[in-house]
Design a protein around this ligand. Structure first.
Ligand SMILES: [Zn+2]
Length: 254
């Protein structure tokens, strides 16, 4: 808590006035532009690596950047992620949903071990809310990943906005990342399908009024990747790719 209290004091001296003036600017007409799902990992600070500030995004974080599929939505037993989608996309009319995964994700590293049925046993799941969360909500990612039998040279097929709007993905075609990181990329893309499973988003998704995107953050280099459906892979966002990625986004999603 020392670290936190000292931080609050520094914030009072350095950032508070700027933030209060930003709060005033957006007070009567906040127009957030995205619902941003990412991992709760302490190294992930999405407002820093997107340089967004007050009023720009709704951020939802959990272990493994998961959005439970709507089949798990049972009235009062719902989790926060679908309600965040409704608050963002329906109540606040946000038109872009972003899911952002990352390298060395502890949740994905654990998910990878759950391919061993003994580790994923009922008994273990009862003792570990984290294992239970991953087994329930990330098993589709793990199944999809395992279906490749470790050979990621072949393309994978994912659903996005609608059942018919599928896209092809080559996972880590340069084979730069660890096997768990490949699982993290698969998991990030799988969440787009889970988001689209909610009936209250269906009409907007079908009419191209709501768009789903995937980002991926490399914690070791600080590079951010955008999943380009045109390039069929996560593409690093940098000086060489920026114009092309902007062109793709404007063409398909504006
Ligand atoms: Zn993580």
């Amino acid at each position: 808590m020392d670290r936190i209290l000292r931080g609050i004091m520094r914030y009072r001296y350095i950032d508070r006035d700027v933030m209060v003036s930003q709060f005033k600017q957006v007070k009567n007409n906040p127009q957030p532009k995205a619902v941003f799902f990412t991992c709760m990992d302490s190294r992930m600070i999405p407002t820093r690596f997107t340089e967004t500030c007050v009023g720009d995004m709704f951020v939802v974080r959990n272990a493994g950047n998961l959005i439970p599929h709507s089949q798990h939505f049972v009235d009062e037993q719902t989790s926060c992620e679908p309600s965040a989608l409704e608050l963002g996309c329906i109540v606040n009319d946000i038109r872009h949903v972003i899911v952002c995964g990352h390298t060395d994700c502890k949740a994905m590293n654990l998910l990878y071990t759950l391919k061993d049925k003994k580790v994923a046993s009922k008994e273990n799941r009862r003792l570990s809310p984290l294992k239970s969360w991953l087994c329930t909500h990330a098993h589709s990612s793990l199944d999809k990943f395992l279906s490749m039998n470790g050979d990621f040279k072949n393309p994978m097929l994912f659903s996005a906005e609608t059942e018919l709007r599928k896209f092809v993905a080559y996972i880590d075609p340069e084979d730069k990342f660890a096997i768990e990181d490949k699982l993290s990329q698969v998991n990030t893309l799988q969440q787009l399908q889970n988001i689209a499973s909610y009936g209250f988003l269906k009409r907007r998704l079908e009419s191209h009024d709501l768009h789903l995107h995937a980002l991926w953050f490399d914690i070791y280099t600080g590079d951010v990747y955008y999943f380009s459906r045109r390039a069929k892979r996560f593409v690093i966002v940098d000086e060489n790719t920026f114009n092309s990625l902007m062109g793709e986004i404007r063409r398909y999603y504006s």
